[in-house]
Design a protein around this ligand. Structure first.
Ligand SMILES: Nc1ncnc2c1ncn2[C@@H]1O[C@H](COP(=O)(O)OP(=O)(O)OP(=O)(O)O)[C@@H](O)[C@H]1O
Ligand SMILES: [Mg+2]
Length: 362
């Protein structure tokens, strides 16, 4: 099953674009599931149906198109609840669909959602090692080590090996070549800046982006109106800028529709406009991934970090992990045993790739 996440700043059109992709893919003959963890019922609203958040059975909304909203507010911890429901949904429906589109909450929470499996599974592993009884003691330590908020000790009390295994499995699933994230933007400065940071953050966690969707572009007829002329020009400039900064990711163009895009038919037509000749289910760009390479008497860790800045980047080695910080995100990258025994001898950031050299210090 191909798995595609849609993320972006609040209100840019994630739900609309995700639903349009799903409706168009279904119209092209793919068995498609569209999933949302947004507590507002926007997926149901966009599709023009009522989705019952209490059920985990998807609702058939059109031939080949099923939709499901997971209720992230039902549990004590909203993020933890959401990831658990995702897990259940993803694995339960894995064999049934060709394509699963996930409409995410705004950028920050998406990252939490996709990084939680790794972060939590590390923490869970740690907890399993020291027994559940001391969960309260370990948690503060784990909070320092990991980059995103962890569920509180009350959640860990219920954690068992099976959950750990499921988290590890989900993490593996997220790293597979058929999982991608698509970032939705609008032609606005703040939106684009946040998208650039999200791209770096996602890369830090090895989550591959395969496209950017530029939403709300004025169609030619609107840009020709005298009032919108300078807006149209500005949009063209921003589009060119986004294409340049996100290259080699393709930038899909989503036109501003005449009215809100609601209902399966309107969504499918909107999807067709966005994808033009491209296949909505295809991996639209293959991003380079984390790589361990052998050099002269040393090893290199190469981590693509698009748009990362030297002054906001830290690297350290701690036991069997490489700690990398970009902006305010941190990740402990587990190292293969051979590399874990070596020392950090150098690091450089060049053309969006962080290269760390590990060797024997002189
Ligand atoms: N291309 C478009 N043309 C016309 N209207 C659009 C377009 N994209 C989005 N909209 C409208 O903009 C509003 C916000 O869109 P949407 O709900 O998809 O954004 P979102 O990113 O999911 O928001 P949130 O962050 O709240 O989840 C909706 O009313 C939607 O119908
Ligand atoms: Mg939404």
């Amino acid at each position: 099953m191909r798995l595609v996440f849609y993320t972006g700043k609040g209100g840019v059109g994630k739900t609309t674009t995700a639903a349009a992709t799903a409706a168009y893919a279904a119209a092209c003959g793919r068995r498609t599931l569209v999933l949302s963890a947004d507590p507002a019922h926007s997926l149901g609203d966009v599709l023009g149906v009522r989705l019952d958040q209490k059920t985990t059975t998807p609702l058939r909304v059109a031939p080949g198109l099923d939709a499901l909203e997971v209720d992230s507010r039902a549990t004590l911890d909203p993020h933890w609840g959401a990831i658990r429901d995702y897990l259940v949904s993803l694995f339960r429906h894995q064999g049934i669909y060709d394509l699963c589109i996930v409409d995410c909450a705004p950028t920050g929470s998406t990252l939490r959602l996709v990084t939680l499996p790794e972060v939590a599974s590390r923490a869970v592993k740690l907890l399993l090692r020291v027994q559940r009884a001391v969960a309260t003691l370990v948690s503060p330590v784990a909070r320092v080590v990991v980059p995103v908020p962890l569920p509180g000790p009350e959640v860990f009390r219920d954690i068992d090996r099976m959950l750990y295994e499921r988290l590890a499995k989900l993490r593996e699933r997220l790293l597979e070549a058929d999982t991608s994230v698509r970032i939705v933007v609008t032609p606005e400065r703040m939106v684009i800046d946040e998208a650039l940071r999200a791209h770096t953050d996602l890369a830090l966690f090895e989550l591959a982006c395969d496209a950017v969707v530029m939403n709300r572009l004025y169609p030619a007829e609107a840009a020709a109106e005298a009032f919108f002329e300078s807006w149209g020009r500005l949009q063209e400039e921003r589009l060119a800028e986004v294409e340049e900064s996100f290259a080699p990711l393709p930038v899909l163009r989503a036109p501003l529709a005449r009215e809100e895009v609601v209902g399966v038919a309107a969504l499918a037509a909107h999807g067709a406009a966005i994808f033009a000749d491209a296949d909505p289910a295809a991996v639209l760009c293959v991003a380079p991934r984390l790589r361990f390479a052998r050099g002269k008497g040393e090893y290199r860790v190469e981590l693509p970090l698009p748009h990362a800045r030297k002054d906001a980047l830290d690297v350290a080695k701690l036991d069997d992990a490489l700690l990398v910080r970009t902006g305010n995100r941190r990740r402990a990258i587990p190292l293969p045993r051979k590399l874990a025994a070596l020392a950090l001898v150098g690091a450089k950031l060049d053309a969006g790739v962080l290269t760390v050299r590990l060797g024997t210090p002189r």
